[in-house]
Design a protein around this ligand. Structure first.
Ligand SMILES: Cc1cc2nc3c(=O)[nH]c(=O)nc-3n(C[C@H](O)[C@H](O)[C@H](O)COP(=O)(O)OP(=O)(O)OC[C@H]3O[C@@H](n4cnc5c(N)ncnc54)[C@H](O)[C@@H]3O)c2cc1C
Length: 375
């Protein structure tokens, strides 16, 4: 292969993409890297919405907590310890309650949007701080491109060429990692107005048998959307202190009201954000649901509606990508994200654990390249 502009291009600066870059640096990998993210900052589905008219407003409009399974051990545990020492995460000790069709009930694994396994962590000061801290760990040498959507890919003996939505060249890299699966999934056809999946277009069938299997598997994956309504509430601090942070609905209540949970988030200026995690668009908050907290019901009734964040692929549902298809050696391409098989599938844990595992594969690949065993 002729020399490339950069060793590694990572598409996506969510938890997986940023964990990968941090893990590579902590493993002593010395290559050059660029991360390209369509959003305005890092975080992806664990990011934070700001408001131009209020500098104190930072609303976690995606994942409100990180569910991390115990027994992760090794490099992931080390990374989490580093994030904790940096003050970017801490254990979530706030109150979560469960509401069923007959009122309050105990929180268990049947509650929508709640995993009883593992522990709950919060980003500090916000969820978006976690990916930002991971990028800090990755170091200043990682080039960051925000607000850029990678739209097409080309693979050749010059490595990977990435182009944006305007057809402009973004980077030429020796290795490529996709931390989201959009460029490999059939939903890219409608979303990007393309005739073929960008990754399939870039690599003919047979070029890398691992990639062919991975693309088949990815094509069968289904993802669940979420509609998160963001509300600004006014209430006295004493009232806010009496509200639980998360009101999780039981499976039956979730089906009835088409809601997954409500998450309260006090802001630095005494205003309060509420994110209503909806299973469909435009779901009203049923006042029956809030009857245990009359002051919260009153605040919701007079709330400012800040709009809906639609997460088109909030959660992968099935057909996780097997770990042996995570790295395609012939074309030097890797995948990470919460859609890779393993503990924490569909959760923050899955995103981070898959990235830690992929970092090992990249280090191994580069050792083979350096030894001359691989071109
Ligand atoms: C509403 C909601 C609630 C959740 N609640 C929880 C919870 O309570 N606990 C928990 O553990 N997890 C929760 N999750 C799941 C958790 O947020 C995800 O598992 C995790 O954030 C996934 O990280 P990721 O890096 O794999 O993917 P993402 O965060 O999706 O990152 C992929 C990134 O790639 C970018 N990207 C994709 N394609 C391109 C392209 N072509 N060009 C440029 N950039 C691109 C995207 O913009 C995105 O930032 C929740 C998710 C949602 C949406």
């Amino acid at each position: 292969m002729t020399s490339c502009d950069c060793d590694l291009a990572v598409v996506g600066a969510g938890l997986a993409g940023t964990t990968l870059l941090a893990s590579l640096r902590l493993a002593g990998w010395q290559g050059s890297a660029m991360v390209i993210e369509v959003g305005r900052g890092p975080g992806g589905r664990a990011s934070t919405r700001l408001r131009r008219d209020n500098p104190h407003w930072r609303l976690d409009h995606g994942a409100p907590v990180l569910h991390l399974q115990s027994g992760g051990g090794g490099a992931l545990a080390d990374l989490l310890q580093k994030l904790e020492a940096m003050g970017a995460i801490s254990a979530d000790t706030s109150e979560s309650v469960c509401v069923g069709l007959d009122g309050l009930q105990s929180l268990d694994t049947t509650s929508a949007g709640f995993d009883a396994g593992g522990s709950c962590w919060r980003g500090r000061p916000t969820m978006g701080s976690v990916a930002a801290a991971l990028l800090d760990l990755a170091g200043d040498s990682v080039i960051r491109r925000f607000g850029v959507r990678v739209q097409t890919l080309q693979a050749s003996d010059r490595g990977w060429d990435l182009h944006d939505q305007h057809g402009q060249a973004v980077v030429n890299a020796r290795m490529l990692v996709l931390s989201g699966n959009m460029l490999a999934h059939p939903r890219s056809l409608a979303m990007l107005g393309l005739a073929n999946r960008p990754l399939r277009e870039a690599c003919a069938v047979g070029l890398d048998p691992v990639l062919d299997q991975a693309l088949d598997r990815i094509a069968s994956m289904r993802m669940a959307p979420r509609w998160n309504r963001m509300l600004a509430l006014s209430a006295e601090p004493a009232e806010v202190a009496s509200w639980p942070r998360q009101i999780v609905l039981s499976a039956a209540a979730s089906q009835q009201w088409q809601l997954e949970r409500l998450v309260v988030q006090p802001m630095a200026d005494d205003s309060v954000g509420l994110v209503v995690h909806g299973l469909t668009d435009s779901v009203p908050v049923p006042m029956d649901l809030l009857s245990p907290w009359p002051s919260l019901a009153a605040a919701v009734a007079s709330a400012d509606d800040l709009g809906v964040m639609r997460w088109g692929a909030a959660r992968p549902l099935d057909h996780p990508l097997p770990v042996d298809l995570q790295w395609c050696p012939k074309v030097a391409l890797g995948f990470c994200g919460d859609w890779i098989d393993g503990p924490g599938f569909g959760r923050a844990h899955g995103a981070m654990a898959s990235a830690v595992a992929l970092a090992d594969r990249i280090v191994e690949h580069d050792a083979l390249v350096a030894s001359g065993a691989m071109a």
